[in-house]
Design a protein around this ligand. Structure first.
Ligand code: MCA
Ligand code: AMP
Length: 512
């Protein structure tokens, strides 16, 4: 079974039911509704066009699109063609885009007219000679006659086998550039089937989804589970507090998946309302991608009457741990392993620690990816083998299991990763960019606590001359996704270093 056969099960249950109900909250895209059958038909048609353009087994199809039905159509079409989908964060700019495109070498870059100004900044070399750019707003230019290339039986394609790759997902790299995690159909299937049973998905479910489809949370946890179950997704281009409360209180969704920043904002809004909205119709509120502060967890319950289910995942692994659907959901924990996920917590020597003690979390299971794209040494560094020869993935997350409840708490990360509003920022990438600004000699970026975003990047700078902060902010925005730009600058004479010359980041920090 591959992902398409899984989705066919959902579709065939009720082909005429709404699969995607779409609204563009801030832009000008038309509202749309697509049935499962309609979605399938369009995906087939686009797959025909892709195949006629030469896209085949194992080729990469990159999507640089906002949340919109065409994202889903293009994704399914890529799978139909046997291709591997590469989702790209819409906030990425030239530096990030050229790295991903250069590394993935996609045959197609499927985008939209609104992104053309960003893509116009890319040179031919950035884009790669073999990459063809298609806008979903101009399907006339490339979809016409797509059916002409379609065999009589309607099978346009060569879908992949279960062990072949479905997704190439770029995740922030410790080396300053992101690396592509290759996820097979089987890997994604393992997460999806695990979640369908763990969270008791039903065909009648309606998921309100404000999260971007270019990350695992929106794509795999949200879209994939809904397609597999034949449930409806109310897809939004982003998050809007008032619309969310209106839909949820109006009985318009049974499921809501979000990151902690979204719950923080909902708590703020709910706290200001005179009457408590009735969320009875919502059977599950989920949080993940970053730690959900216990006070937000508890305040949300007081204000909404609903207890959030927190879970834990990674791009490389899909979902790993979850609080129970039926059972106590403990704030500050991520619960227990999902079906088919195996975990260990080890000390610095790689020895298992007793329950209650802290160590690095190791994972294995069908959900765990096999390798990073074209980066064998990064793959080797990311796994260890046990005495039975079984490979365990080194998550870099520090964790402890409560000996009484068996629930796991995440304590931090062994790398320097900053998570801002559910989006990852690797300090090294920002530091490298900052030192290309005239006058900045050295830069160290650290995460500091932030009430709304969870963490925010703060830059410590050693400069040879006065820096124009407005100019620097403009430069940061032009070089990297805007969420990565330092929120505060601190000018220092020198960065603290140890005897080896390594920057001692722990000596920087709040007010440091
Ligand atoms: C937006 N901005 C941010 C962030 N998002 N700044 C810091 N951190 C962020 N996360 C900035 C923009 O750059 C912009 O700045 C300003 O906020 C307004 O942008 P806007 O798009 O209007 O923001 P928003 O719509 O309010 O977005 C906030 C958000 C969004 C809804 C929380 O960040 C979001 O969807 N986050 C979730 C991402 C996600 O799905 N992560 C999962 C990946 P300016 O105005 O200055 O330009 S992790 C994953 O998938 C793993 C496997 C897992 O476990 O789930
Ligand atoms: P990504 O690299 O985008 O796949 O993000 C994965 C990382 O997000 C994990 O390694 C964790 O550090 C973090 N993460 C995901 N879910 C949670 C959670 N519920 N609590 C704390 N951290 C989380």
């Amino acid at each position: 079974m591959n992902l398409l056969t899984l989705f066919a099960i959902g579709r065939e249950r009720q082909p005429d039911k709404t699969a995607i109900e779409f609204r563009d909250l801030h832009g000008s895209l038309a509202a749309q509704e697509l049935t499962f059958a309609g979605l399938h038909e369009q995906a087939q048609s686009w797959a025909g066009a892709f195949a006629r353009m030469g896209v085949g087994k194992g080729d990469r199809v990159a999507l640089y699109l906002c949340n919109r039905p065409e994202f889903v159509i293009a994704y399914l079409a890529a799978l139909e063609a046997g291709a591997v989908m590469v989702p790209i964060n819409l906030r990425y700019r030239r530096r990030e885009l050229s790295h991903i495109l250069g590394d993935a070498e996609p045959a197609l870059l499927v985008t939209e007219d609104a992104q053309m100004p960003v893509l116009d900044e890319l040179s031919v070399a950035d884009l790669g000679p073999g990459t063809r750019v298609l806008s979903v707003d101009r399907t006339d230019a490339w979809l016409e006659g797509a059916d002409a290339g379609r065999p009589a039986d309607g099978a346009v394609t060569s879908p992949a086998r279960a062990e072949e790759p479905a997704l190439l997902m770029y995740t922030s790299g410790t080396t300053g550039t992101s690396k592509g995690a290759v996820l097979s159909h089987n890997n994604v299937l393992a997460t999806v089937t695990g979640l369908l049973s763990a969270w008791a998905w039903e065909q009648s479910d309606v998921l309100l989804l404000p999260l971007p489809l270019f990350h695992t949370h929106g794509l795999v946890v949200g879209l994939h589970c809904a397609l597999a179950m034949g449930a409806t997704v109310r897809l939004r281009t982003g998050f809007d507090e008032s619309e969310t409360v209106d839909i949820l209180a109006g009985g318009g969704a049974s499921l809501f998946f979000a990151v902690p920043t979204i719950y923080t904002r909902l708590v703020d809004l709910l706290g200001q309302l005179e009457t408590t909205p009735d969320f009875t119709a919502v059977r599950l509120f989920c949080s993940g991608s970053a730690p959900l502060p216990a006070e937000v967890h508890n305040e949300f319950e007081q204000l909404s009457g609903k207890r959030i289910l927190e879970r834990y995942g990674m791009t490389e692994t899909g979902m790993n741990f979850s609080n129970p659907y039926a059972g106590p959901r403990i704030a500050g924990t991520v619960g227990t392993p999902l079906p088919g996920v195996f975990s260990r917590i080890v000390d610095a020597e790689g020895q298992d620690v007793p329950a209650g003690e802290e160590g690095e979390l190791l994972l294995r299971g069908s959900n765990v990816f096999d390798h990073y794209w074209r980066a064998p040494e990064k793959t080797t560094e990311s796994f260890v083998q046990d005495e039975l020869g079984i490979r365990w993935f080194l998550t870099g997350d520090l964790a402890r299991v409560d000996p009484e409840t068996g629930y796991m708490t995440l304590l931090g990360r062994s790398h320097e990763l900053i998570i801002s509003g559910g989006l990852n920022i690797y300090p090294r990438e920002v530091e490298e960019m900052l030192t290309t600004f005239p006058g900045i000699e050295e830069a160290a970026v650290v995460g500091e606590p932030d009430d709304v975003w969870g963490e925010a990047p703060v830059a410590y700078l050693v400069c040879s001359c006065a820096i124009d902060e407005v100019e620097l902010e403009r430069y940061c925005r032009s070089q990297l996704a805007s969420f990565k730009r330092p929120r505060r600058l601190r000018f220092v004479e020198a960065l603290p270093r140890n005897a080896m010359g390594k920057i001692q980041k722990h000596l920087l920090g709040v007010g440091g």
